[in-house]
Structures are given as C-alpha cells and as structure tokens.
Design a protein around this ligand. Sequence first.
Ligand SMILES: [Fe+2]
Ligand SMILES: [Fe+2]
Length: 438
Amino acid sequence: MSRASAILLSTQPRARWMRLDTAQVLKRFFFCERSLLVSLAAWIPSIAPLEIKIDMARIIWQCAESAHALRNRVFELRFPSRMLEEEGPDRGLIQLFGGIKDSPSASAFLMSVTEVLLPALRDSYREYLAASDSIADGPTHRFLSLALSEKDEQIRALQRWLQFLLSSEPLLREEALGWTQTVARHLSDLGGVGVGPAQLVPAAISMAGSKTYSIPDKPSRDPRFWRCRFYWPDVVDPSFPYGEGMQLQLRSAISHLNEVWAIEAGGVILSAFADILPWEWIHDSARWTYDESRHCRMGYDRLLSWGLEPAEIPLGTYIYESASGQDPIYRLGMLYFFETKNIRHKLTRAQLFHAYGDTLSEHDMDFDWADETIHAGYGKHWLKELLSLRSEDPGAHDRIRERCGQLVSHYVSTATPAEVEDIKKVAAALMAQAAAMS
Ligand SMILES: [Fe+2]
Ligand SMILES: [Fe+2]
C-alpha cells in the first residue's frame, strides 16, 4: 500500500452516532417530553391534593425547559426543520406518551407516569449520556445531565404523592395497577424509549381500560381545606372591604392560595391548544402554569407560617367554574382578565406590607408583580394568535376579556344567601384566630 492511500483507523466509541443519528434520538426525546407534559397539564384540575397540583406544575415546566433545549439542539444539528415538526418513526411511542391523557383515574394516571414513563425517559437519558460523544455533542451533555437529575427528583416526588393518593382512593388501586401494566406492555412492545432505532408500529395503539379525556367542569379540591365556591366575602358582597393591616395581609395570602384556579386554567389551556398553536405556546404556558403554582404556594406558606390551619382556610372554585362549559379560549381569557385587572394593585400592596414591616408579604407581592407582567404579555399575544388562527379579528382579544368579566359576574350572582353567610363567618373566624396569634 502506498503512503498516499494510508488511512488512520481505530475503533472509536465517540463516533458511534453521526450528526443526524444524534438529532433523530434527541427529536424522539423532545416529542416524549412534549407529550408527557401535555398529559400532565390536562390532569391538574382532576387531582385534589394541593401539593400534587403544585408539584405537577413544576414538573411540567421542567419538562418544557428540557424539551425546549432538545428542540433547539436538533435545529443546531441542521436536522431538516420540516422533519422536526413530524413524529416520523417514533409516532407509536409519542402516541403512547399522549395516550395516558385518557387514563381511567387520577391514581392510574399518576402511577403510569411515575412507574413507567418517567423511568423510561430517565434510563434513556442515562444511556444517551453514557454512549454519546461529550466532545462533539457537549452542548447536549450539559442540559441532558440536568434533565436526568430532574427526572430522578420528579420520580421521587411523585412516588411519595402516588402513595398518598392511593391511600385516599384504595378502591382504585387495582384499576391503577392494571392500567400501569397496560402502559408498560405497550412501551415494551415499542422497544421502550431507548437510544436505538425506532420500532415501526403498523397500527394505532388502542389502550385497554382507557377513558376518553374531557376537561372537568369542576376542579378537585383538597379536602383538608374549608371548601367553597366563593373564597372571601368581598367576592359576593362588594360592600365588604378588601381591608388594611392584618385584614389585608390575610386577604392577600388567601388570594395567593386561591390562585390554584390559575394553575388549573394554565394546565387546561396548555393541553387544549397544544396541537393548534406552535411549540412556543407550550413553552410559555408551561412557565405560566408553574408561576401560578408558585403564587399559590406563596399564599399557602404565609398562612401556615402564621400558624393557621388548612381546615380554617377557604379554598374556592368560582373562577374555574365561571368558564366551565365554554370554549377553552375563555379560560385563557380568564387569566388575562384577572391579571390585567389586578396587576395595578400589586406594587401599592407591596409598599403597604413594607410599611407594616411584613417583609414576607412584601417579598411575595413584589415577585408576583414581576411574574404577572410577563403573563399579561402572554395573554395578549396568545389570544391574538388564537383569534387569527380562527380567522377572527386579532384585535378582539379585549372582547374575550370583557366576556370573561360577564361570565364571572353571572356566576357570582348564583351565590346563595347561605353561602354568603358562611363565608362571612369563616372569614371572621380566620381574622379572630389571626388576631389572637398576633
Ligand atoms: Fe398569579
Ligand atoms: Fe399570572
């Protein structure tokens, strides 16, 4: 052999995947994260315990951030963008991740996520990080290592919540087990998530035991709280003052806690428009949903830190229910309506809390204000996008907002005298309790 044709060769595991092979696997991970988070978002209203809703919102946001990084990386690898919009050979797998939206119960849903789908992603990320090239594909290694550690933590958190949920729904345990086995079997038939070539599936997957998903008209509420429709007297009695001093501290914490409706609305709209709007919608609304869960947690944390008990604290449903039975665009409109209505009060209230020396309420209100400023932008932008997709005037977003105001007023008008009397008693008892502890 002449010197000119000599070639340096060695078996190099680094070269296992070429650029487009790498992009193909990352595209699969993107679609799995996307489908998983859309299913999680759809289920938020149906799961009662407050902490599970809050954790689900955080997981949705983490999945959306990982999916976003995966998607960007696939673009960087110059994968044909036309193909990025298509599930391609991974269609069966993506269908399975999306199919758990039709789980028969909350326990079944949570069990299939915790015991099958999240572990499958975790193991595939681990496998990918071990087998891929940390030189050529260094940018992926950074965000996928974070995604892997988040998957570990998500599984641990959900395992705990699953046991908690099963203990409150013991009769549904068998069904949940059966459903989880079905999901696991389908996943194994598809060859798992993995890092190898996709297995082609001839027909659409039909999941035994599934129940077609529909947006719940009533949200599930944590039974530890004082459950009601209208969570403070001023909602149903305009003459009842928002208050100052301790009453304002309480009212503001109750408002934050009751932003549980906004977590649910965020989840429902994320899922309802996931296949209509572009990826950026899912990315924005995942962040939106997560932010609302932090606002809810702020109120919950303040109330508990003052020594109040959940059983004394009203947790309502009226804003969620005002939009029930309507086109989901009105749930997006509700977020926009309340955010644009309330944002102007937030900085004034933060200043009042500062004057009281209540640094925690001030701190929470100040961060909340910054989040809400982002959200007002989301609301306007995505309402316009939805309207133009429907060939309607994008400028009509304010009409959606006004209609939301009417829907809420109409719903509030259904408050019964007994409900008004009850919430006044509960609020008075809470204020008395807080006064006794101050
Ligand atoms: Fe909020
Ligand atoms: Fe918000």
